[in-house]
Design a protein around this ligand. Structure first.
Ligand SMILES: *Cc1c(COP(=O)(O)O)cnc(C)c1O
Length: 431
């Protein structure tokens, strides 16, 4: 049939006095088309399935519908072949068994909180945590009668002391994504487990590559007996996406009952992800390990350069000797010395002799580094932070100064160093 004939067969009928124009009897044929492509198509990338509605063969099938175990499909919000595949691949990346996708990294943090906390509960959050996670507790969780305390990420005793009868959940972040202190993750998890408190790790920095959230000591492959967090939340926006163009998050577990709790909350909140976004992450995932290693190498080259500059009062990169939490990074990420990975992220405390305005001018003068939030994409980014307003008190382990965070992209390290050099020369004079 030619496309012309679709429009040519207009007829008009009258049913019970109502005139119905059948402009094209074949519109129905277009929608309920009999053609099905042959099965067995195979290509590097999985297909993209887009759906709100999903068909059931019969009413009985619809009534029997089961969506919790990925054995079938019920509604786009509850999963499609595209989202199921992304979930399974992320489980492989992180060593988890169950995964839930959400529309952003922050939504992953919020979903964890709303899934496991109720009125009267308390959540503990490291003082160097991703800022919006602290804001979530301060503004939203508080409204539900859920209290919070911030603990010192460099002090396991402070965490222990703060765990009380109301404490239900402890957030961990390794390292904190602005001041970059790496915590004693194994010991913190041990103490939480000993007190029966759930642990959730914001795993965005490690991305499932620098260390395993479900096998912190590297001795159990996540199985029985290995030291593991209960929940890993990951901003897929960063390294899994790798493009600076997608927002997504995941919540991964190794416990069916805990997963079901999260999955039910996820369903009730209606936190679906778009198929094209899932496809973008699926397309980037195969290259995540090589990208991560490249970001890491470039960041270390830049951090080494900064270390030699008199403008740098303190280098904050957990893989560098002397940085806060370096020994903990060694223990968790670098069990085979020299092999350890780190994300392409570090901060520099610019000497206190320079004003905020000078540091801002330095950032503005950078040409390759763009000013912007997030990380994990191809373009290097810079953000000066007002750390004093982000912490309960100025941490004793941080020198005075202005903190500038760098996220390295995939440009050549040499070009990035030349860019840093020209901006330092122009705006941070030592004389
Ligand atoms: C970016 C980020 C998030 C939030 O991710 P979004 O997708 O931007 O909401 C959470 N935690 C950390 C550590 C992050 O860097």
């Amino acid at each position: 049939m030619t496309s012309n004939s679709l429009l040519s067969e207009a007829v008009c009928i009258s049913i019970q006095g109502c005139k119905i124009h059948l402009r094209s009897p074949n519109v129905t044929g277009l929608i309920h088309h009999p053609y099905t492509p042959p099965a067995g198509f195979n290509a590097p990338q999985p297909g993209v399935f887009k759906a709100s509605t999903v068909y059931f063969p019969t009413v009985a099938d619809m009534r029997r519908r089961e969506w919790k175990d990925k054995s079938a499909y019920t509604y786009g919000l509850h999963g499609t072949p595209t989202t199921y595949q992304l979930e399974e691949r992320l489980c492989t990346l992180e060593g988890g068994l169950q995964c839930v996708l959400v529309p952003s990294g922050l939504a992953a943090l919020a979903l964890v909180a709303l899934s496991v906390l109720q009125t009267g509960d308390e959540v503990l959050i490291p003082d160097n945590a991703y800022g919006p996670n602290k804001a979530l507790a301060e503004a939203e969780l508080r409204h539900f009668g859920i209290s919070h305390q911030f603990y010192d990420p460099t002090d396991v005793h402070d965490l222990s002391r703060k765990i009380g009868p109301q404490t239900r959940l402890v957030w961990l972040e390794a390292p904190g994504s602005v001041s970059m202190e790496f915590p004693d993750l194994p010991e913190m998890v041990r103490r939480c487990k000993a007190q029966g408190v759930l642990t959730a790790l914001d795993n965005t920095w490690g991305a499932g590559l620098a260390f395993s959230a479900f096998d912190l000591l590297g001795d159990g492959a996540g199985g029985q007996g290995s030291l593991a967090v209960d929940i890993s939340a990951h901003a897929l926006t960063k390294y899994p996406s790798g493009g600076g163009d997608v927002l997504m998050g995941s919540v991964i577990t190794r416990d069916a009952a805990l997963h079901l709790k999260i999955k039910l909350c996820h369903m009730r909140l209606g936190l679906g992800v778009a198929a094209n976004d899932a496809e973008t992450v699926l397309r980037s995932l195969p290259s995540i390990a090589v990208r991560y290693a490249a970001h890491d190498q470039t960041a270390r080259a830049l951090a080494s350069w900064w270390q030699a500059q008199p403008q740098c009062a303190q280098l904050l990169h957990p893989a560098f000797e002397g940085a806060p939490g370096h020994a903990h990074w060694q223990a968790v990420c670098n069990r085979t010395p020299g092999a350890g990975l780190a994300a392409g992220l570090f901060s520099v405390m610019i000497d206190a002799r320079f004003s905020q305005a000078q540091v801002d001018a330095f950032c503005d003068a950078l040409e390759l580094f763009k000013i912007g939030f997030s990380w994990g994409g191809p373009v290097s980014l810079v953000v000066p932070y007002e750390l004093a307003s982000m912490r309960q008190a100025w941490p004793a382990h941080l020198k005075a100064g202005t903190l500038v965070r760098f996220s390295t992209g995939l440009e050549s390290a040499q070009d990035l160093i030349l860019d840093l050099h020209q901006a330092v020369q122009a705006h941070l004079p030592m004389a």
